[in-house]
Ligand binder design. Structure first.
Ligand SMILES: Nc1nc2c(ncn2[C@@H]2O[C@H](COP(=O)(O)OP(=O)(O)OP(=O)(O)O)[C@@H](O)[C@H]2O)c(=O)[nH]1
Ligand SMILES: [Mg+2]
Length: 467
């Protein structure tokens, strides 16, 4: 990747739209200092012109007779983008920000595109691709676990792991080259067997890394929890109690909820999406209800965890049988389900619990009543238990939070598996080397050491303007 020295200068407001106490505009490029010279008048205490300032200094002054600002100077290559960068902290009024922005564009700068600062940082080698992706994750993080995972990735934890794996692949490639050059030295069955074993081991290490997506996905995207059950079971009441607000309409009329109602909560630093769904009816002529049930089932199928509410008055035997069958089928498909015995204050949960335990082995059951203070906490505990189970199951230090990364790791491992199998079956070493090279290229796509330009554009266009 080339490291050009002269670049056009881009500018953007890096803080969100709207009114705030302060706002920050950012300028990056070869002419950033000269534009600041033209528009910034330092107060006598900081008499330097921007073009005379050393990196990492700040100055107070006026900006084009529009505002009093603080100007921070970062000189190439010691800046976020690797170019000369100036940041202007001004007052956060919409008109002030706009006027300052226009003054800089009039001076000759160009409005930055979404993600363009980070793209320049990537091109100039300040961040690799997985780190740039982490910047975006850090900005959009809502929960502390997201912050933690994004920060680890930004620090380069994932990049270091990937480069270590890539280095091992290069060593294996060197060994293959060696055998190709001096076949008489090494092309013996034991040497080839050892090579195949080492390639397999490398594949296993990469697969182990890829399995970090099991928890990484939940950390980055959040855990999906849906609430299911018959009409009037108390689903919306449960959603409201978890969210702590009256988000969904609750009435005594069965069939109140038709649409999916999705809310976000934080549990143990994890983002959790809770979806309230329409009550499941076995048959209905009402088209609205039918559509509600269709959407409900879709939400249930996408959920990581399903709270299935069963509350009095309990259904007729036949309907209850159908409900139990549906739960069993979902469990057989691998769905995680916890039964919530609702309206526990009505005093009929004991016999129902015994009945369910008899019909479904090892099912998790929890009781809930909106009239009891600790009830909501017990439901949160169920979510927490599920999250802890995930932590246990995927006990990796390095999380894979992006599907793109997981896919590349799996593609890489699959090339290695094919190479290892091929060695055993007499695949020519040229072809083994080609597979190893491909495996290394997949890893290089993660960090962006080797990547298609159009993919770079796509990835950065998902960023916000000013970043
Ligand atoms: N006694 C008691 N009543 C409850 C409890 N939870 C909900 N209810 C009542 O049960 C009725 C139905 O509650 P909803 O939360 O609307 O039930 P739902 O499952 O969302 O119903 P649909 O949207 O129609 O499927 C309302 O009158 C609630 O006040 C509870 O824990 N105890
Ligand atoms: Mg409802």
């Amino acid at each position: 990747m080339e490291n050009s020295t002269i670049t056009d200068t881009i500018v953007a407001v890096s803080t969100p739209p709207g009114t705030s106490g302060l706002a920050v505009l950012r300028l990056s490029g070869s002419d950033a200092a000269s534009y600041c010279d033209a528009l910034f008048r330092p107060y006598p205490v900081t008499p330097l012109k921007p073009s005379e300032m050393a990196g990492y200094t700040t100055a107070v002054g006026s900006w084009a007779d529009l505002d009093q600002v603080v100007l921070s100077c970062f000189l190439a290559p010691h800046s976020y983008t690797g170019e000369d960068v100036f940041e202007i902290s001004c007052h956060g009024g919409t008109a002030v920000k706009q006027a300052i922005l226009e003054s800089i564009v009039e001076a000759g700068a160009r409005l930055a595109e979404a993600g363009e600062f980070s793209k320049r940082a990537f091109i100039n080698g300040k961040l690799d691709l997985s780190q740039a992706e982490a910047v975006m994750d850090l900005i959009s993080a809502e929960a502390s676990r997201q912050v933690q995972a994004a920060y680890n990735q930004l620090k380069g934890q994932l990049s270091a792991k990937i480069r270590a794996r890539a280095d091992s692949l290069y060593e294996l490639m060197a060994r293959v080259e060696m055998i190709l050059e001096f076949p008489e030295l090494e092309e013996t069955p034991p040497a080839l067997k050892q090579l195949a074993a080492d390639v397999s081991q490398e594949s296993a290490r990469i697969k182990q890394l890829a399995s970090g997506y099991g928890r990484g996905k939940v950390v980055r995207e959040g855990l999906k929890v849906a609430i299911a059950g018959r009409p009037n079971a108390g689903k919306s009441t449960l959603l409201n109690s978890l969210v702590g607000e009256d988000k969904a309409i609750v009435t005594s009329i069965p069939g109140t909820t038709r649409d999916l109602i999705e809310e976000r909560i934080i549990v143990d630093g994890y983002l959790v999406h809770i979806t309230d769904t329409a009550g499941l009816t076995q048959s209905s002529d009402d088209v609205v209800e039918q559509e509600g049930v269709r959407r409900a089932r879709l939400a249930h199928s996408e959920a990581d965890l399903l709270f299935w509410m069963i509350s009095p008055p309990y259904p007729e035997a036949e309907d209850f049988e159908a409900e139990i069958t549906e739960i069993r089928e979902l469990l057989a498909d691998g769905k995680e389900i916890v039964i919530v015995l609702g309206k526990d204050d009505k005093g009929s949960s004991d016999s129902m619990e015994a009945d369910i335990r008899q019909r479904i082995a090892n099912i998790g059951i929890v009781r809930f009543s909106i009239l009891r203070e600790d009830s909501t906490e017990q439901i949160r505990m169920q979510i927490r238990d599920h999250l802890h189970k995930l932590e246990h199951q995927y006990d990796q230090e390095t999380l894979i939070t992006h599907e793109r990364h997981r896919n590349l790791l799996e593609d890489s491992a699959s090339q290695l598996d094919q190479a290892a199998r091929g060695i055993g079956k007499g695949l020519t070493l040229d072809l083994v080397a080609a597979r190893l090279r491909l495996a290394a290229e997949y890893l290089a796509e993660m960090t962006g050491d080797s990547i298609d330009v159009s993919l770079v554009d796509t990835l950065f266009s998902r960023f916000c303007v000013g970043k």
